[in-house]
Write a protein that binds this ligand. Structure first.
Ligand code: PRP
Length: 184
C-alpha cells in the first residue's frame, strides 16, 4: 500500500537550509579539521549533501543505533549496533541526524562519545521535533523545526520505505498506524 503524502519541505527549501547550515559550520570551524558522524540510516542523504557544501576539510564516519522494542513504548534504552572507527580524542566532532524526536538516541550516544574526549562535540539535525523531547539534547545546528506529523523522504523512512524521495513529506494516515518518528 502506498501512503498518501503531503509535501512539507521541497528539494529547493531543503537545499537552501543545507547550504545555510554548511556556511555556518564552515565559518565556525574555519582553520580546523572536522569529523562528522552520521547516525544511520536516516542521515545518509543529509550528510552527503551537507559535506559537499562545506568549505573546510572534513572526515566522515557512521554509527548505527537501535532502540529496544517498538518506539512508542520504548523506555529510552538504546544500543549501538555499529560504532564509529575514527579516534576522536582532541578532535572537533559533529553528530549528524536526520531527526531528533524523544532525544533518547542522541542523549545516549553523545554521552558515550564524550568518553572519547573530543575537543568539541556538537549536534546537527535536519529536523527537530523539540516538543516531543523526553531526554535533554542540545541542538547546535537545525534545518527545520517540526511540531507534529510523521515525515518521510530525504533519508527518512516509514517501514524502510520512502527514504529515496527527494523532498520531505508528511504521511497522511490514521495516527494509530504511526511508528518511527511519530509515537502515539
Ligand atoms: C530515527 C532517527 C534518529 C532517531 C531519533 O532513527 O534517524 O536516529 O530515530 O529518535 P529519538 O530522538 O526518539 O531517539 P530510526 O531509529 O528510525 O532508524 P533509521 O535512521 O535507520 O530510520
Amino acid at each position: 500500500m502506498d501512503h498518501r503524502k503531503k509535501l512539507l519541505f521541497s528539494i529547493e527549501q531543503i537545499e537552501e537550509r543545507v547550504e545555510y547550515l554548511a556556511q555556518v559550520i564552515s565559518k565556525e570551524y574555519a582553520g580546523r579539521e572536522l569529523i562528522l558522524i552520521g547516525i544511520l540510516k536516516g542521515s545518509f542523504i543529509f550528510l552527503a549533501d551537507l559535506v559537499r557544501r562545506l568549505t573546510i576539510p572534513v572526515m566522515i564516519d557512521f554509527a548505527r543505533l537501535a532502540s529496544y522494542g517498538p518506539k512508542s513504548y520504548s523506555n529510552g534504552e538504546v544500543t549501538i549496533t555499529k560504532d564509529i572507527e575514527t579516534p576522536l580524542a582532541g578532535r572537533d566532532v559533529i553528530l549528524v541526524e536526520d531527526i531528533v524526536d524523544s532525544g533518547n538516541t542522541l542523549a545516549f550516544y553523545s554521552e558515550k562519545l564524550k568518553a572519547h574526549r573530543p575537543r568539541s562535540l556538537k549536534i546537527c539535525t535536519l529536523i527537530d521535533k523539540a516538543q516531543r523531547r523526553k531526554k535533554h539534547v542540545r541542538i547546535d545546528y537545525c534545518g527545520f523545526k517540526l511540531q507534529e506529523g510523521f515525515v518521510v523522504g530525504y533519508g527518512l523512512d516509514f517501514d524502510e520505505r520512502y527514504r529515496s524521495l527527494p523532498g520531505i513529506y508528511i504521511i497522511e494516515q490514521d495516527t494509530s498506524e504511526a511508528g518511527g518518528n511519530e509515537e502515539t
